[in-house]
Design a protein around this ligand. Structure first.
Ligand code: HAM
Length: 436
């Protein structure tokens, strides 16, 4: 029979890999909490109209990458990104009436029907954040700085921050006209996709991956001439704040993104280019001051970003120990098995991760299992130990063996293992170094 395989572009994360996922997720949750952000969870499925309205009808995401379905007359879509859902929830629950400023973060799966390749999947995970009710550039600068620090904790090499300003809606309209005026005489030489975008979404031509468009786009006017005084002041202050924080960045006047909702600040961060390729962004974000009103809410400015977890994991040099347990209880014989189950319970009461191997295997096979699971200590219980009222404590790291009373053994094992497991939770890189 042909085995059934996972859907193309949708991956299993097996237990051996989950430690690094947890490390990235926990580090992000802690970082966000330190900045006063609270977690929000919104549905994986939203009305299709939400993404059409918020992300933009002529974006690649809405035109060709959404997993949409019709169910009993309802048009639904698996969320391709998290901003639209967060903004919908913000409006739906009238959060603006309860608090003047809102800081949310989220983690979860997103779905886009893209062509799968390394770092690009059809189901992928994002860590994101959205701020509602803060229009100042301090908000933008702090988020970019926060991400730089987060990436340093993840030990991602070659991090590069690119910032740009897209201006407000009026500046965008002015720029759109200027761009079309410049591109129109070259229309015949543009790629078919860009020819179509000339009327639907000309800004996206700047982001084209097609070689035919590159040479033409190179001399196109940048948005900066179209910015108004307010946009310009916002961008200059953002740069001053980043300089004051000592956060490295570069201005990329042609930076545009695949979502239509951005206004003013726009940024992308890349890293580990030799592992991910130069064009693969780790995080993207910016301001979207018009979305809340466009979704039927009040006029509330907004800013946010999202990072792809799989890409962070490819880029990060952090290793985490993969040991599953601290101790293995190894009984030899039926009578010992009974005592071993109780000993295992006492160990767990002290917070020691342990497995009791009651399969009736030989000591050699149980020691092999202890090694495979990364146990530091093996507690051996055979007939002679039972008769003497002791347990043999074998420390695999220190290469020592002692025969002690079970209650004392619990304390000894707890002392040896707890420091190590504390390391596993909060200092994975150090714990990894200790293990190696
Ligand atoms: P985005 O640039 O579409 O922005 O996605 C953000 C990040 O998600 C990317 O930089 C990348 O790391 C990851 N990502 C995107 N697509 C894929 C994929 N197919 N496979 C793997 N990773 C992927 C947004 O989604 C916006 N909602 C960000 C934002 C929040 N802007 C304001 N607030």
């Amino acid at each position: 029979m042909t085995p059934i395989r996972a859907v193309k572009g949708m991956n299993d994360v097996l237990p051996d890999e989950i430690g690094r996922w947890h490390f990235v997720e926990r580090t992000f949750a802690r970082t966000m909490s330190l900045h006063g952000f609270r977690e929000v969870r919104t549905p994986y499925v939203e009305p299709t109209a939400l993404f059409v309205r918020a992300v933009g009808e002529t974006t690649d995401i809405v035109e060709k990458e959404m997993y949409s379905l019709e169910h009993h007359g309802e048009h639904l879509t698996l969320r391709p990104e998290g901003t639209a859902g967060a903004a919908r929830a913000y409006v739906e629950h009238a959060v603006h009436a309860k608090e003047p400023m809102t800081r949310w973060w989220y983690a979860g799966a997103m779905f886009r029907a893209e062509r799968p390749q390394r770092g690009r999947y059809r189901q992928f995970y994002q860590l994101g954040a959205e701020v509602f009710g803060d229009e100042g550039p301090g908000c933008d600068a702090e988020a970019i700085d926060l991400l730089s620090r987060f990436f340093a904790e993840l030990r991602i090499p070659g991090v590069q921050v690119l910032v740009n300003s897209l201006g407000g809606q009026e500046a965008r309209t002015r720029y759109r006209d200027a761009l079309v005026q410049y591109l129109a005489p070259h229309a015949a030489s543009l790629s078919p996709d860009s020819q179509r975008r000339l009327t639907t979404n000309p800004l996206r031509i700047l982001d084209s991956k097609d070689e035919r468009d590159h040479a033409i786009v190179r001399d196109a006017p940048t948005i900066h001439a179209s910015l108004d005084a307010g946009d310009r002041a916002h961008f200059e202050t953002l740069r001053k704040y980043l300089d004051a924080l000592g956060t490295p960045y570069a201005v990329d006047a042609r930076l545009v993104r695949g979502l239509d909702y951005y206004t003013r600040t726009l940024f992308e961060i890349t890293g580990a280019p030799e592992k991910l390729g130069a064009g693969s962004t780790l995080v993207g974000g910016g301001r979207y001051d018009a979305m809340i009103a466009d979704l039927g809410g009040p006029k509330v400015p907004a800013f946010g970003f999202a990072a792809g977890v799989e890409r962070l994991l490819i880029a990060s040099e952090v290793e985490v120990p993969t040991n599953v347990i601290d101790a293995l209880v190894a009984p030899l014989g039926d009578a010992a098995a009974m005592a071993a189950l109780g000993l295992g319970r006492d160990l767990r009461q002290e917070g020691i991760r342990c497995e009791v191997d009651t399969r009736g295997k030989s000591l050699k096979s149980q020691l092999r299992r202890a090694d495979a699971l990364g146990a530091r200590v093996v507690l051996i219980l055979g007939d002679s130990e039972l008769a003497e009222g002791v347990v043999q404590v074998k420390d695999l790291d220190a290469h020592t063996e002692e025969r002690i009373a079970p209650s004392l053994a619990v304390r000894v094992v707890a002392d040896r293992c707890m420091a190590a497991s504390r390391n596993v939770d909060s200092r994975p890189s150090m714990a990894a170094e200790r293990k190696s």
